[in-house]
Design a protein around this ligand. Structure first.
Ligand code: PMP
Length: 287
């Protein structure tokens, strides 16, 4: 089935959608993005994604070409036009396409942002087989830039990290800077020891995960202790459980870190419970 996508005000068949070769995202990765999951035809955590999008744009002094209400309507229209029950909506806004390549930002009065949205159909997204088995991660150096709190489309290093994991026979990588875990290539990282969840505190070093915020809130409500602080790979290897969170994988148990199995090497009970709570609560609040 040909997807209907959204580009700069138009809904078009995917093969008719075009962006300029001078687009700043194509030439300089000068763009930001969001990924919102869809469960049962409804959007999960839309408000959180819309707020973080605005923050990313503000940090880069980029204009938002749409209002939150318009953005919600475009998301809903795309979900409907593409018959998405379970899946994802990808959104990207770039600084637009000036007449020529130049490092200097173009005048926002004459160069308007580019906005693109498309859906990804993922039937049974929440019933992922990986969540039943858990994933294996390796550790790699965090070689990204210093503003990881801005959700830019500079995804080359995370993409290389996934390839390093694949070559090592693992599923994903946790990145390490100055001896401490920052986050996963496309998710936030946690371990559980006893009744306590440990995850790195928010700063410019990591993306402020929308799923992270919700999961930590639910964990506290479930009387779990939450400690936001730096931790090492060794500490996580000695934990009872570990997991990662993201909008597309929700809460995903981690069963092995650099070849060391956690507990008995199967998904931990607390991580699985957090996954259930997150999915239940998110479905209830979906719009
Ligand atoms: N960290 C990184 C580096 C990511 O790419 C993502 C997912 N985009 C996350 C964390 C998780 O964020 P969210 O829960 O908002 O999807």
């Amino acid at each position: 089935m040909t997807r209907t996508v959204y580009v700069n005000g138009d809904f078009l068949p995917e093969h008719e959608a075009k962006v300029s070769i001078f687009d700043r995202a194509f030439l300089m990765a000068d763009g930001v993005y969001e990924v919102t999951s869809v469960l049962g035809g409804k959007l999960i955590d839309f408000d959180g994604h819309a707020k973080r999008l605005q923050r990313s744009l503000d940090e880069l002094e980029m204009r938002n070409p749409v209002t939150v209400e318009e953005l919600l309507q475009i998301h809903r229209d795309l979900v409907e036009k593409n018959g998405i029950v379970d899946g994802l909506v990808y959104l990207q806004i770039t600084r637009g396409a000036p007449d020529d390549r130049d490092f200097v930002f173009p005048d926002p009065e004459t160069t308007t942002p580019t906005i693109v949205l498309f859906t990804q159909n993922k039937p049974g997204l929440a019933e992922s087989p990986a969540a039943k088995k858990g994933i294996k991660v390796i550790s790699i150096e965090d070689a990204r830039w210093g503003r990881r709190d801005i959700k830019t489309v500079q995804l080359l290093y995370p993409s290389m990290g996934k390839m390093m994991a694949k070559k090592a026979g693992a599923d994903d990588a946790w990145m390490v800077e100055d001896g401490f875990v920052t986050e996963g290539t496309s998710n936030n990282a946690y371990f559980i020891k006893g009744n306590k969840i440990v995850t790195r505190a928010l700063s410019n070093d990591i993306l402020h995960g929308i799923t992270r915020a919700a999961v930590l809130r639910f964990a506290r409500e479930a009387q779990m202790e939450v400690e936001e602080r730096n931790f090492t790979i060794e500490e996580a290897q000695g934990a009872d459980e570990a997991f990662v969170t993201s909008a597309s994988t929700f809460v995903m148990p981690v069963v092995e870190i650099d070849g060391v199995a956690l507990g008995d090497g199967t998904p931990g009970q607390r991580a699985l419970r957090l996954r259930d709570i997150y999915l239940d609560e998110s479905r209830k609040a979906a719009i």
